[in-house]
Design a protein around this ligand. Sequence first.
Ligand SMILES: [Zn+2]
Length: 268
Amino acid sequence: MKALADSSVTPPVHFAESYNCKENYQPQNLCVVTRPRPFTPEEKVKVLQLINDLPQTASPMLSQLLQPKNPLTFYRHQFGKKRVNSRSFRRNALIYAWVPSSGHPSLHLTDLFFAAVENINTDFTLQHYFLLHEMCHLFDKKMNDLSLSTEFLNFYDWEMVDYGKPFMLSGVETRNQHWQLSAISTEDVEAFREQIRELHGLGKNEEADRLSFEFGQKYGHPGSYSMTNPRENFAEILTSELLDPQRMANVPTDVRLWLARLLASKYP
Ligand SMILES: [Zn+2]
């Protein structure tokens, strides 16, 4: 395995001892839902180890997030923001990134994150995958929303579509909008979602995972999760490129060249 750096060098990370529930206002009380607590010494070692394990090719990107003068803050919670058991939503319960409108971004790890020791290949586990995926979101933000740039949106023909009529919210006209892959038929996506729901309902999670992977591959993505919206698209292709390139086999060449350029960039 190619280590990110000399593992005797500790990545610049701050482990928060407590969590201010009032800081990040959400509809739910986050302390009731997520039950924050400090990291154990073993968990801190584990997180540092995971970061050090990440491949050298990720370092230009990671150096943007892990700056000695501005360490990345990690919080420990028992649960994720959404307490869901469905495997397809497992990411929500494992780890999430938080980027406040002002202040520092942070990463939030849960009990399920520390349990996700399953290998994705000989070099990496799900923990590496999920950690890097969330870091890709932070990187995307740091780079002024690369995933929403016209160049990126055009790779897969992302478009923002309205559904339902605009409505008034606190005196402001508000639209129901979502991202859609305009090159893919809505019926195909609906049929896929229905099949996934059915498989989860039957407890056939592995089959659902395989179907998700195949559906993504069919449309040039590493998996179906990459087809959720441009942000997940960006995080999934970058994470797969770095940790599990086999999943990139059907990804268009121009996307892979773009990623190669991105990873080779020198950032100030
Ligand atoms: Zn994500």
